[in-house]
Design a protein around this ligand. Structure first.
Ligand code: DGL
Length: 280
């Protein structure tokens, strides 16, 4: 007898969580998804714990009422600041990306020192620091508040204007130099770079050319997808078909903006997006 189709809710502050949805679509070929991007209220990364928790709880409840049997909080900031509040407010299992990101670092780091790049709010929460410490590692958490707007503007290596990607490259160099100085002061030797923000996978190539060749660059998307698959006992993917047709897309701001920006993060066109109003 075939297994019943499971419905998974995926939540992010906007578009970046589509990098996680992409891995979920590949890894769970029989599941259905509903993705909610709270694009009207982003960025979360510069907001307080109270505000992020309020927004994230509202969004999680909406996904649960839409029929989600399992929730993935794809947003690092919401996972760092609001995971407990979300778990208390819904009845279905909830997985955040901090734990899975730390798991992926723990699997490869030899020096047990990890450099984590993230938003201001995620860094201030020290959620990665705590998750790494639980796994016997030290985390050097570096806030990179300029990166989300630069990536959303498309100032990456994919931009046809090299002057624009050069600006992002320079900003990254400054953040990495600051992190290297702090690592030296703390006697840390990070051999692993964890992308602690949904947007940063779009800078992977650029980062690869700026960090030492032996530094591993990781994000939590694949580890998260494998964990969901394990927890749900879902069949493993036999092919890598990741069609977005198995996903309902909800956005709290312009559907056109979600379609155009979102397709860059998802790596394929997003055909239909529904607007939803969660209030202010
Ligand atoms: N999704 C957020 C994160 O992963 C980045 C964008 C935002 O600040 O809302 O931290």
């Amino acid at each position: 007898m075939s297994q019943p189709v499971v419905r998974i809710g995926v939540f992010d502050s906007g578009f970046g969580g589509l990098t996680v949805l992409r891995a979920l679509l590949e890894q769970l070929p029989a599941a259905e998804f509903c993705y909610l991007g709270d694009s009207a209220r982003l960025p979360y990364g510069s907001k307080s714990r109270e505000t992020v928790a309020r927004y994230a709880v509202e969004s999680a409840r909406l996904l649960e009422s839409d029929g989600a049997q399992y929730l993935v909080i794809a947003c690092n900031t919401a996972s760092a600041l609001a995971l407990d509040a979300i778990r208390e407010s819904v009845r279905v299992p909830v997985l955040g990306v901090i734990e899975t990101g730390a798991d992926s670092a723990a699997a490869v780091s030899v020096s047990r020192d990890v450099l984590v790049l993230a938003t201001d709010a995620t860094v201030q929460s020290h959620a990665y620091g705590a998750a790494c410490a639980e796994r016997g590692m030290r985390a050097l958490e570096q806030a990179c508040p300029l990166l989300v707007p630069l990536i959303e503007e498309g100032w990456t290596t994919a931009n046809p204007d090299p002057e624009r990607s050069a600006v992002t490259r320079r900003v990254l160099q400054l953040y990495l130099a600051e992190a290297a100085a702090r690592a030296a002061d703390a006697g840390m030797t990070p051999d692993t770079l964890l992308l602690g923000c949904t947007h940063y996978p779009l800078l992977r190539d650029m980062l690869g050319s700026l960090v030492p060749a032996n530094m591993r660059i990781l994000d939590s998307a694949q580890t998260t997808a494998r964990r969901v698959q394990r927890e749900l006992g879902a069949p493993a993917a036999s092919s890598s078909s990741a069609s977005s047709r198995r996903c309902r897309f909800l956005a709290t701001d312009s559907v056109e903006k979600f379609q155009s920006l979102g397709s860059r993060f998802l790596g394929q066109p997003i055909r239909e997006v529904e607007h939803i109003d969660l209030g202010g």
